[in-house]
Design a protein around this ligand. Structure first.
Ligand code: AMP
Length: 346
């Protein structure tokens, strides 16, 4: 029988947009959500609300769909492995596990020829932290290896605040050198067994470690553009990716590119592709899963995407009138929570 259903772990806005893309192809979507109210609830065909410990619900979810994908990388490994015993997961659990853990991710990235990240140190204790902080000239960020996102689990260190971390179990942290980059850019790559496509580099503006704005195209030289795309393709090939992967990068003052992070799923910096590309990041993920191929994105207009964060959501009516506005239907406004986004062109 033709495979026609997609299980999505996570029901946030990324899951919601993915459900919409799947619907265009007449596919069924089944969402696994750990929260009662979630963005994708009214867009999927069915859902399971459960925590990650309920094996009965997990088994039912796995039986309910043909193929599986994720909208967040923070999913317990045994859940991912359980899926792979019976069904195909896009991307595979090895790729998700690498991106779940900053230390694993950095080691993997630096193992690829001519790909580099910022300098970093894994830590065992406070003494290691002090030594590494000194080594990085007192300019460093302490980051949890797992479960950090949108700046959560990250601490910029200074001589004044470093003492606070004395009693922390530092084994699950890394220290990164704080770099003075020129710009932040990202590239989204989608790959199947047959082919590979990339979305052109975009420029990302962060505030308080959270993405505020994405600009397409990134204002970078042709050489930097080529290099960023080549880095993205080499990472995807090295991982033997089937599915989608976003690669966040720092463009340094000397035009070298450092890889910051991998996200093995659709990405916030790719939301503009829904309005200004022939084929969006969500469409391409669906194609790579169900048809085993990818399609050229064909971006057609310069544009910007702006995240609506926290209380800014109260200006919703205004945004709706002026821009392509996307509501995430969150149950509650929280500080630094991504509530919606909009795109526009000048
Ligand atoms: P991350 O969660 O690691 O992507 O970090 C969130 C944001 O914090 C990044 O997009 C940067 O704006 C900033 N940041 C993270 N790591 C560094 C670093 N080593 N040096 C300078 N800025 C950083």
């Amino acid at each position: 029988m033709k495979k026609n259903s997609l299980g999505i772990i996570g029901g946030g806005q990324l899951g919601m947009f993915l459900c919409q893309a799947a619907k265009k192809e007449n596919l069924r979507t089944i969402v696994f959500s750990t929260t009662e109210n979630f963005s994708a609830k009214n867009f999927c065909d069915s859902y399971f609300i459960s925590d990650f410990n309920d094996n009965t619900k997990i088994d039912k979810f796995i039986d309910s769909a043909d193929f599986f994908t994720i909208e967040t990388e923070n999913i317990p490994k045994n859940f991912l492995k359980k899926i792979e015993k019976k069904k195909k997961l896009f991307p595979n659990s090895n790729i998700i596990e690498i991106s779940q853990n900053r230390l694993k991710e950095k080691k993997f990235l630096n193992s690829i020829e001519n790909i580099k990240t910022v300098n970093f140190k894994s830590l065992k204790n406070f003494d290691d932290l002090l030594k590494s902080f000194y080594l990085f000239n007192h300019k460093a960020i302490l980051k949890t290896c797992e479960m950090g996102y949108d700046g959560k689990g990250q601490f910029r260190l200074s001589r004044e605040n470093i003492g606070q971390f004395k009693n922390l179990n530092l084994q699950n942290y890394i220290l990164e050198e704080l770099v003075n980059f020129k710009k932040e850019i990202s590239v989204i790559v989608c790959r199947s067994q047959k082919d590979i496509v990339t979305y052109p580099p975009v420029e990302n503006i962060h505030k308080d470690s959270i993405l505020r704005e994405t600009i397409f195209p990134a204002d970078i030289s042709q050489n930097v553009k080529k290099n960023a795309i080549s880095i993205a393709k080499r990472i995807a090939n090295e991982l033997d990716l089937e599915g989608i992967l976003a690669i966040e990068m720092f463009l340094m003052k000397d035009n070298t590119v450092l890889v910051n992070e991998l996200a093995p799923r659709p990405h916030n910096s790719g939301h503009w592709t829904m309005d200004f590309c022939k084929i969006s990041q969500f469409d391409n993920l669906v194609y790579s899963i169900f048809y085993g191929n990818t399609r050229k994105p064909n971006p057609f207009k310069e544009c910007r995407m702006v995240n609506v964060i926290g209380k800014d959501y109260s200006k919703k009516n205004n945004y709706q009138k002026k821009y392509n506005f996307y509501d995430y239907f969150k149950d509650e406004i929280k500080e630094l929570r991504k509530m919606a986004h909009y795109t526009f062109t000048d």
